[in-house]
Design a protein around this ligand. Structure first.
Ligand code: FE2
Length: 268
């Protein structure tokens, strides 16, 4: 167990330029800091943080600078990718630091982590562009002896909520056609859906664990055909990757009902 790679996934932080701004009744800066503190308190060893998009709600420089400063204080390497609310140019300018990175590929132990961009500028849904898929194919071809975790923002398979499934990855067939050729892919890790989701996706030659995780602020109700705010706490996902390619994962949520959406704030 001690040789495992320990990863905390943080997703959909939705920070604002204004530190005190709320999203659906939740102060996103404070809920993010509470989740970071929870990681530090409850996970004895964290090798790296993976931030899977929608880091900022308003793409402001100040929101990325504050995110960087919070992460730097924890002194754990953090790898970030963009979501539909993010601006990649502004992220590149204001996010990188000694601890915060925008690398697309990371080797650790027997594993390789590939970070893709599923962002379509100006749109809410996701799409992996031809260049992104070609890079994925090439990276997988060069890493046949490694176990692979692929991360990007938009869920890679339907998660059972038609409203959300309509704004997930829209070229899933193209993505899975490539994945089917590389049995070393073990995990696909996404954000965007603000909920816990865990399912094995079977392709012709491969089975891949598909994971989606709670936001550090607002939660969406699982399995609901329509958009509905959920009354669960903010949280994060802990993953342990083992050298034989197996893995374990668990969702952690803040206790004592801290940072639950205020449904009155949006008229529910
Ligand atoms: Fe989000």
């Amino acid at each position: 167990m001690s040789s495992s790679i320990s990863i905390a996934q943080i997703t959909d932080t939705h920070l604002f330029e204004d530190i005190d701004q709320y999203l659906v009744g939740i102060p996103t800066d404070r809920s993010f800091k509470a989740v970071l503190a929870e990681i530090k308190q409850n996970i004895s060893k964290v090798d790296l943080l993976l931030l899977t998009g929608d880091l900022s709600q308003d793409s402001s420089a100040a929101s990325y600078q504050r995110l960087r400063d919070h992460l730097d204080k924890h002194e754990i390497p953090a790898y970030c990718l963009a979501g539909n609310h993010d601006d990649w140019q502004i992220m590149q300018t204001h996010l990188p630091s000694k601890y915060v990175h925008l690398k697309r590929s990371l080797n650790i132990g027997n594993w390789q982590i590939l970070l893709l961009s599923s962002v379509v500028v100006g749109a809410v849904h996701g799409y992996l562009a031809d260049a992104e898929l070609a890079w994925l194919d090439q990276s997988l071809n060069a890493a046949r002896d490694r176990h692979i975790l692929i991360a990007f923002h938009h869920p890679a398979i339907p998660i059972g909520s038609p409203w959300m499934d309509g704004i997930c990855l829209t070229n899933q067939d193209q993505f899975w056609e490539i994945c089917d050729r590389y049995p070393q892919i073990k995990v696909v890790l996404n954000g965007h859906a603000h909920q816990d989701f865990d399912k094995i996706h079977q392709t012709t030659h491969n089975s891949v664990r598909c994971l989606v995780s709670p936001s550090t602020c607002v939660q969406f109700q699982p399995q609901n055909p329509n958009f509905q705010i959920d009354n669960q706490s903010a949280g994060f996902r802990h993953l342990e990757l083992f050298s034989d390619g197996s893995m374990q994962t668990k969702i952690h949520r803040l206790k004592h009902n801290r940072f639950i959406a205020n449904l009155h704030a949006i008229g529910y």
